[in-house]
Design a protein around this ligand. Structure first.
Ligand code: PTJ
Length: 251
């Protein structure tokens, strides 16, 4: 990145790629995390690389749900730590949430590297190393979780998730919030609240909403959560994208 000037029109995007690539060289981002990042970039392009109104609304609902939660957990993987490790730690502190590492490509070595990175970034306690419980119905390693973490959580925030796990967490009765730039993914369609936004923008914006809503009474927060219609929001996002694309080349 040293030879790319800040004036480059794609500077932020290139810097983000650099962070992901560094994460891979350090061993905590899995190589397929680069592919997942590319897919995210493509969808981010479609929404204009900014937080659209529908995402901001979802971020507000996510903040309300996290404030109301008794045992909230933020689930992180390699990409999440490379892109927004500090922001996720800060968000977790603002709502007294635990941070748990849950990996699709789980190895003890990657878990240790990601945990070290989170501790270096200021996390006090990191869950996911024990793997002493299982999410029912998930045969894969990503079904492993900590009993005191995700297993006993009531609200789980899962950025960059895969659909199966989201479905299984919902079956366990958890309230699941996801951050996924792809409004068509199984994850997006399964979650209670889907935030169609880049994690880089979403994590600090949820925290901004937490600060705004923290002193609200319980009834108001419950109203915010209960009035949320996730399917309608996904339809609205698809409408927004198609309208935006249609208008791009209109004279
Ligand atoms: O670290 P591991 O082993 O847990 O592996 C993590 C990856 C990301 C490799 C794994 O979870 C995976 O393969 O994910 P998927 O199934 O490719 O899903 C990633 C989803 O996240 C896609 O729908 C992308 O559009 C979306 N996405 C990618 N980057 C971002 C994003 N959403 C929000 N913000 C991003 N920066």
């Amino acid at each position: 990145m040293n030879n790319i000037p800040k004036s480059h029109p794609r500077y932020n995007s290139l810097k983000t790629r650099d962070n992901i690539s560094h994460g891979m060289k350090k061993g905590f981002v899995h190589e397929t995390g680069l592919i997942a990042h590319g897919r995210g970039e493509a969808f981010d392009y479609l929404i204009g690389e900014k937080t659209i109104l529908f995402a901001d609304n979802a971020e507000k609902v996510a903040a309300a749900a996290l404030i109301l939660a008794n045992n909230p957990v933020i689930s992180v993987n390699g990409n999440v730590v490379a892109l927004s490790g500090s922001e996720c730690i800060s968000l977790a502190k603002s709502v007294s949430a635990k941070i748990e590492i849950n990996l699709f490509h789980r190895t003890d070595e990657r878990i240790k590297k990601i945990s070290d990175e989170l501790l270096k970034l200021g996390a006090k306690d990191v869950f996911g190393l024990k793997g002493d419980a299982r999410i029912p119905g998930l045969d894969h390693d990503r079904g492993l979780c900590d009993f005191d973490g995700i297993y006993s959580a009531d609200v789980v925030l899962v950025p960059l998730e895969d659909g199966d796990r989201c479905k299984s967490l919902k079956k366990m009765g958890k309230f699941v919030i996801v951050i996924d730039l792809n409004p068509l993914s199984r994850t997006s369609k399964t979650a209670d609240v889907t935030i169609v936004d880049n994690l880089i923008r979403a994590a600090p914006n949820i925290e901004r909403w937490v600060k705004k809503l923290k002193s609200s009474d319980k009834k108001k927060l419950e109203e915010i959560v209960n009035s949320w219609d996730n399917t309608k929001m996904l339809i609205d996002v698809l409408g927004y994208i198609s309208k935006r694309l249609n208008s791009l080349f209109k004279l």
